[in-house]
Design a protein around this ligand. Sequence first.
Ligand code: FMN
Length: 135
Amino acid sequence: MTYAVRYYTKTGNTKRLAEAMAEELGVEAQPISVPVTEPVDALFLGNSYYAFSIDPEVRSFVASLDKDKVGKIVNFGSAAMLNSTYKKVKAEADRVGIAMDEREFHCKGEFKGLHKGRPNEEDLKAARAFAAQYK
Ligand SMILES: Cc1cc2nc3c(=O)[nH]c(=O)nc-3n(C[C@H](O)[C@H](O)[C@H](O)COP(=O)(O)O)c2cc1C
């Protein structure tokens, strides 16, 4: 399997998850400003909820993907209240014809005093274990 890890972050939480997963997979975690140029079996895409939706930059990033280069998207992220961005990311992936892996990783993310310290060490460990399934 070949992998790439991309993330979008506003406060650093998704970057930390991305780095833990990327380390496990032996690749570098990069922001979505870095295009996916090499063909990959699985693109791990870290993103979060901001005001009940994913950031427009994440939508544009998915729209920019080449379906002949990305086998599938593996969604991961954290949020303070909501559970998963899966459906929102899938709606974009469907438009470009890229499959979404059924599995995803999600945990709580600190926001304005809620869930202090999350993702914490335990979350990062779980994120690594999640990524390890794909090796
Ligand atoms: C501007 C802003 C808006 C947010 N809106 C939501 C929201 O609507 N629902 C939710 O569950 N979390 C919300 N959050 C919490 C983030 O999803 C959570 O803090 C996440 O861990 C942030 O990831 P990041 O640090 O990678 O940006 C919001 C956070 C920010 C900064």
